[in-house]
Ligand binder design. Structure first.
Ligand SMILES: [Zn+2]
Length: 310
């Protein structure tokens, strides 16, 4: 861990006006807001909100709330209703685990409610690039506080100290993309891994956005090596789980890596055909998105980690 990015990031946090959130109480529930969200309590003051898109984390401190990811803009009214079913405290920070639209799509609608949006530098870069293609009126919701550098290999960490609750953001290298952060709440024994972890679904490794199979495996193995046995893990997709499922996921990735390395001459299709998928019945492909073949494409560096549109 390099000290400089942490100090810079903390210095950026310090001047935020305390109490600036007070005028941003959650709005009244919008009529007709879709009820697609389900809230699961994971620990005192920490929740997972399921909807459509990436899983959302919610941390409630003494005076504030913190959201981790926000799915899609059209679902924000329902998301806010789900938050309000747990707390009416103002949302101080919105953390983005990475730049994919099913995790940051609600940013433009939420930015006026929060004090700041926090993400890795490469999330800001990618969102700026995407938004440059939009009408100016449709832009917005960019992270204001960024951790890490444009070099995804450079590790970075940011600790938020909010009303006595610590929230740790860690970027540990390229993985699902080049701008992933994991978010830990140590006092609650909860870790949100973003899309570094697909639980029960074959993982998407977005090599076209700087993702790396080797990097993802290294991070999963690293987390599995130190998290306490009673940690609750919020995966980017799939049900909340524990260390046991993370170890199983690590072993799946290790098996895929070993098979690809043992057969360097095979293309991804042949690698998938020769792999004993029956040993992993708990990991399902999504035929139009991620398959065993696309996973081996990512693992062998022979193609993108997802099914490409014809
Ligand atoms: Zn993603």
């Amino acid at each position: 861990m390099r000290a400089l990015p942490v100090l810079l990031a903390l210095a950026t946090l310090a001047p935020l006006p305390l109490g600036a959130h007070a005028r941003h109480r959650l709005p009244a529930r919008a009529e007709g807001a879709p009820r697609v969200h389900r809230v699961e309590k994971l620990a005192d003051h920490v929740y997972c909100i399921f909807g459509q898109g990436g899983n959302i984390g919610l941390v409630v401190t003494a005076r504030h709330a913190v959201l981790i990811d926000d799915q899609f803009e059209r679902l924000v009214p329902g998301l806010l209703a789900a938050v309000r079913s747990v707390t009416d405290k103002p949302i101080k920070y919105l953390i983005n685990t990475h730049a994919h639209p099913d995790h940051v799509g609600g940013n433009p609608a939420l930015e006026k409610l929060v004090t700041a949006i926090v993400a890795h530098t490469n999330v800001l870069k990618r969102m700026e690039t995407e938004q440059a293609k939009l009408e100016p009126a449709k832009r917005g919701g960019l992270p204001e506080l960024a951790l890490g550098s444009e070099d995804p290999a450079e590790k970075a960490r940011l600790d938020i100290h909010l009303d006595g609750t610590e929230i740790h953001l860690v970027h540990a290298g390229p993985g699902h993309t080049d701008g992933d952060v994991m978010v830990g709440i140590p006092s609650a024994r909860v870790l949100h891994m973003g899309d570094l972890f697909f639980n029960g679904i074959l993982p998407f490794i977005d090599t076209e956005s700087g993702g790396s199979f080797e990097g993802l495996l290294a991070q999963v193995a690293w987390v599995a090596s130190w998290i306490p046995g009673d940690t609750r893990i919020i995966p980017g997709h799939g049900p909340v789980c524990g260390k046991k499922e993370l170890l199983r996921y690590r072993d799946l990735l290790l098996a895929v890596q070993a098979h690809a390395k043992a057969h360097p001459g095979l293309d991804p299709k042949a690698l998938a055909a020769g792999f004993d998928t029956t040993a992993w019945p708990d990991w399902k492909p999504m035929p139009t998105f991620v398959t065993w073949e696309t996973l081996f494409a990512a693992a062998s560096g022979k193609g993108p980690g997802r099914v490409k549109a014809a």
